[in-house]
Design a protein around this ligand. Structure first.
Ligand SMILES: NC(=O)c1ccc[n+]([C@@H]2O[C@H](COP(=O)([O-])OP(=O)(O)OC[C@H]3O[C@@H](n4cnc5c(N)ncnc54)[C@H](OP(=O)(O)O)[C@@H]3O)[C@@H](O)[C@H]2O)c1
Length: 325
């Protein structure tokens, strides 16, 4: 089968389209013919081993998993003898980052517990856009953010992969959502349900006097103290992504601020799981959330897709179409 392989850390140029052995499913595994896979910032972190500490998990000198790609959608081709939930022909999607990655390929074999049946009405490309970004948004908003109907929620970085899901998921919980993005993306975030939109090139939401019950920092930089200022007295700040400075502030100062006052400041490291993805699947089936896809690339153009993602201004998700290439 064809796969995009990397054997050394580096820029997208180190990714090479190669012929590799097609996997065979173990007893508890499902062999999937991949139709589409989306690119995530996590792929970039592993590709470049950036931040350096990534190497503790991904391989000190060279990558342990040589095929990146976590968010897959495809058709079950074969199942191991202990697999109970799926059968050949099923259309599935899932985040395979917890079981070896390998989505930038024509086939992958993964344990059944990472998969969920794809909603029938969406395409493989749309399904591949969902798992990591949507589950991260859900875990930030529901598990750590403790969202409640009627709350004022602000999403910074609302026009990217995580942000477009965060806007829609927060709306599905009955929140009044303010989305922060750049000028050219305001119409799109309004179209996916944002009640208010702030253009960060024109206005700094941390200085306009508004207060929010929940802030999801999906992207873009503000210091943790600026975020704290924009929270209501019992507000919660959740950092899912942003700059390294922002990550360290959330990890180191966040617990201290949370312990010493009424405002809570947390970061979230999303954990893929079938239950949360099933919840997201139900929102997709109800039409409550719709994946936003920016560009699609063929498997042979994964390096271009990664370069584009790395520019940091995708409008929704970047998707690789695999089947047929
Ligand atoms: N914690 C976790 O488990 C987890 C999981 C997934 C992702 N992440 C992290 O979450 C972050 C976002 O991921 P993503 O997939 O959403 O990335 P992405 O799709 O690449 O984000 C791109 C978006 O960020 C927006 N953006 C860039 N600079 C901004 C700024 N200064 N203010 C507001 N928005 C800005 C861009 O909008 P404009 O073009 O309008 O600037 C663009 O729409 C990344 O750091 C990623 O590593 C964390």
């Amino acid at each position: 089968m064809k796969a995009v392989v990397y054997t050394t850390y580096g820029p997208p140029d180190v990714l090479q389209l190669k012929e590799v052995e097609k996997p065979a499913p173990k007893d508890n595994e499902v062999l999937i013919k991949i139709h589409a896979v989306s690119a995530n910032a996590a792929d970039l972190h592993l590709l470049r081993a950036d931040p350096f500490l990534t190497r503790l998990m991904s391989g000190l000198l060279k990558p342990k998993h040589t095929i990146l790609g976590s968010d897959i959608a495809g058709r079950v081709e074969a199942v191991g003898r202990n697999v109970k939930e799926f059968q050949p022909g099923d259309e599935v999607f899932g985040d395979i980052s917890g079981c070896g990655w390998g989505g930038f390929a024509e086939y992958v074999s993964v344990p059944e517990h990472v998969l969920v049946l794809k909603p029938a009405h969406i395409t493989f490309e749309q399904a591949a856009a969902v798992p990591m970004a949507a589950v991260t948004a859900l875990q930030g908003i529901r598990v750590k953010g403790l969202i409640q109907a009627g709350q004022k929620v602000l999403i910074n970085g609302a026009s990217g992969g995580v942000g477009t899901f965060a806007v829609q998921i927060a709306k599905s919980f009955g929140a009044e959502v303010t989305a922060v993005c750049s000028t050219g993306k305001m119409d799109m975030v309004r179209a996916i349900g944002a009640d208010h939109v702030i253009d960060y090139t024109q206005e700094d939401f941390t200085k306009n006097g508004q207060r929010y019950d929940l802030i999801i920092a999906a992207n873009g930089y503000h210091s943790i103290l600026e975020y704290k200022r924009a929270l209501s007295p019992k507000g919660i700040y959740i950092m899912t992504g942003g700059t390294m400075a922002q990550i360290f502030q959330a990890m180191l100062l966040g617990p201290w601020i949370s312990m010493t006052g009424s405002k809570k400041m947390h970061n979230v490291m999303a954990k893929p799981n079938q239950k949360d993805l099933t919840f997201i699947k139900e929102l997709l089936e109800a039409g409550t959330i719709v994946p936003v896809i920016d560009r699609k690339f063929p498997l042979s153009k994964v390096p271009e897709a990664m370069r584009y993602l790395e520019e940091g201004h995708a409008l929704g998700k970047v998707v690789i179409t695999v089947a047929g290439n």
